[in-house]
Write a protein that binds this ligand. Structure first.
Ligand SMILES: [Fe+2]
Ligand SMILES: [Fe+2]
Length: 188
C-alpha cells in the first residue's frame, strides 16, 4: 500500500500538468487566438471533480483531520492556511466554469477574463502544491506511523470510489492527457 503523501504527490503531478495546459490556453487567449470551448469545459470538469472533490476531499476529510489528531494545530497552523487556499481555489474555479460557459456561447470577452482568472488560479495552486509537497507532507511523514499511513491510504481509496464512482478517477486522468496534448499541439 502506498503512503498517503505519495498518493497525494502523484495527484499533484497530474494537477500540475493540467495547470500547465491552462497556462498555455491563457497565453493563446491573451494573444486573441481562438481555443476550443470543449477544452475549457474539460479543464473545469477536471478542476471540479479530480482536484476539488477528490483530491481536496481526501485532504480535508481524511488527511488533515488525521494530522490534527496527532497534534498539528488547525487554526493559524499550516492546515488552516491550506484550507483557506482550497476555498480561494474553489471560488476561482467556479468563476472559470462560468466564463467557460459564456465563451462556449460565443462571448469573446469571456475568453480574456478566463485567461486572467486562470493566471490567478494556476499561481495559487502551484504555490499551494509547493507548500504541501515541501512543508506539510514532510511534517506529516514525521508524525504518522506506518500503520496509520496504511489506514489513511485505504480510506483514500474508499473515498475515491464512494465520491467519484469506480473508474471516474481513471477517466479524468485520460481526459487530462487528451486536453494537455490538444492544447500543446495547438489544435485550436
Ligand atoms: Fe491542498
Ligand atoms: Fe494537495
Amino acid at each position: 500500500m502506498a503512503q498517503p503523501t505519495a498518493i497525494l504527490r502523484k495527484e499533484h503531478e497530474a494537477i500540475t500538468r493540467m495547470l500547465e495546459a491552462a497556462e498555455l490556453t491563457a497565453e493563446k487567449l491573451e494573444r486573441n487566438e481562438a481555443v476550443r470551448a470543449e477544452w475549457l469545459d474539460g479543464m473545469s470538469e477536471f478542476f471540479s471533480l479530480f482536484l476539488d472533490k477528490c483530491h481536496h476531499g481526501k485532504e480535508e476529510e481524511i488527511f488533515f483531520p488525521a494530522l490534527a489528531k496527532k497534534g498539528m494545530p488547525v487554526d493559524g497552523g499550516p492546515i488552516g492556511v491550506m484550507l483557506h487556499e482550497h476555498d480561494e481555489g474553489r471560488e476561482l474555479a467556479r468563476r472559470l466554469r462560468e466564463l467557460a460557459q459564456a465563451y462556449g456561447k460565443g462571448e469573446r470577452a469571456a475568453g480574456n477574463e478566463w485567461a486572467a482568472t486562470a493566471r490567478r488560479y494556476t499561481q495559487l495552486l502551484r504555490e499551494h502544491i509547493l507548500k504541501e509537497n515541501e512543508v506539510l507532507f514532510p511534517m506529516a511523514e514525521g508524525l504518522l506511523s506506518p500503520t496509520e499511513e496504511e489506514e489513511l491510504a485505504e480510506r483514500f481509496e474508499r473515498m475515491e470510489e464512494e465520491k467519484m464512482g469506480k473508474g471516474t478517477h481513471e477517466r479524468l486522468h485520460v481526459r487530462m492527457g487528451e486536453i494537455v496534448k490538444g492544447v500543446r499541439e495547438g489544435a485550436g
